[in-house]
Design a binder for this molecule. Sequence first.
Ligand code: AP5
Length: 214
Amino acid sequence: MNLVFLGPPGAGKGTQAKRLAREKGLVHISTGDILRDAVKRGTPLGLKAKEFMEKGQLVPDDLIIALIEEVMPPEGGVIFDGFPRTVPQAQALDEMLERKSLRLSKVILFEVDEDTVVERLSGRRTCPSCGAVYHIKFNPPKEDEICDRCKSPLVQREDDKEEVVRNRLRVYREQTAPLIDYYKRRDILVSLDASKDIESVYSDLLRVLNEEGD
Ligand code: AP5
């Protein structure tokens, strides 16, 4: 099974992808997580990506496509979270999968309105050590601002400031939303109501994956 999780920032793609990957033994490839790690470590990729990410712009396609080629397991079994985000990235993914005799099983579209996105991102906290994601209201840690798993102090992502979030939403509408039609034409797009609570979205996700086979 190879899945793409598509949807606006804050739709809950990462939250659901982490759990599904853990429970189904899939590889979770989040380009955002990989880029943030590269920025933190100051690698050549991180140095190039930093200025785009801080402004809420997309990192250039050539860097992202090279990154995916590097991390893609030869046997597949992947959830792509936050990739592809442009038509050229989607075309590059198609070519790469074809070369490996793999294919996309489904593209899951996480649908949620923009006010919900702003509320979710302004309350998001992440663990800089283990990558766990919380929300101060919808998914709070047991101890205030401390990671349940590794006890590190939680942080707020730089690009979760309101003006950067508004820009990320504009970039999504202009550059990423065209992928909805791209995958609809292939008949592999399935929409989920991502405005429901975390558990309900996860049950709906399992249902569409089971119902539609693979
Ligand atoms: P990236 O990290 O991919 O950010 P994103 O797509 O904007 O997605 P988010 O991580 O913000 O949201 P999410 O949908 O994963 O939501 P989450 O589960 O965390 O990208 C960051 C940057 O990297 C980009 O701006 C760009 O610069 C660059 N980049 C990355 N990929 C790229 C690419 N392919 N090409 C070019 N550039 C790229 O949930 C959000 C919050 O809501 C959390 O607090 C969570 O606890 C809470 N929550 C989740 N689900 C629910 C629910 N159902 N109900 C209530 N709360 C919920």
